[in-house]
Design a protein around this ligand. Structure first.
Ligand code: ACO
Length: 150
């Protein structure tokens, strides 16, 4: 397994990015502004994450996704560990991530990796997404914001 930064000339794995974010418009927007990292196994892209500098000293993981057939095998945790390592090398002091109130597994993963909940952006998904989103029988309405001091 190899994690590397995607070159600007290479095309990002949009089918993976769409697993984490149903809005192609949002994806296109942060792909242009952020840095994309991919994880490859035997030459195949199996996972991706996108890091965005949000303000001085702060970065956010705006998208993280693992190919469905490879989920639950520790790749997501490895990507987050790699993002922490990369952010530290850049001198970033605060790493942030956000996910929906209905994303139970993701909230578990992020807290296991050391992120703490810092706030709730109420109705974020109702304001920014045209389609209703449901996970685990829960409507995704609010963005749970988490952060980690590096
Ligand atoms: N309850 C408790 N713990 C859980 C749950 C759950 N429902 N789901 C995962 N975990 C834990 C695992 O037990 C594991 O803990 P451990 O290391 O102590 O055993 C830990 O989370 C890490 O699991 P991984 O196997 O590393 O996770 P995976 O490789 O599946 O990657 C990811 C996680 C990225 C969320 C992946 O499942 C995925 O791509 N999902 C679809 C896209 C998505 O939802 N992306 C995130 C959206 S938010 C955003 O992008 C900022």
């Amino acid at each position: 397994m190899k994690i590397r930064k995607l070159d600007k000339m290479e095309s990002p794995p949009k089918e993976l990015l769409l697993l984490a974010d149903p809005s192609i418009e949002m994806i296109e927007d942060y792909l242009n502004r952020g840095e994309t990292y991919i994880c490859e196994e035997n030459g195949q892209v199996v996972a991706v994450f996108v890091m965005l500098a949000t303000r001085p000293g702060a970065c956010e993981i705006v998208n993280i996704a693992v190919r469905e057939s490879r989920q639950g095998m520790g790749i997501g945790r490895k990507l987050i560990e790699y993002s922490i390592y990369t952010a530290r090398l850049k001198g970033v002091k605060t790493l942030e991530i956000g996910t929906g109130n209905s994303s139970i597994g993701q909230l578990a993963l992020y807290q296991k990796c050391g992120f703490r909940i810092t706030g709730v952006d109420r109705d974020y998904f109702l304001r920014h997404y045209k389609e209703d989103i449901f996970e685990s029988g829960i409507q995704c309405k609010d963005m749970i914001r988490l952060s980690m001091a590096l």
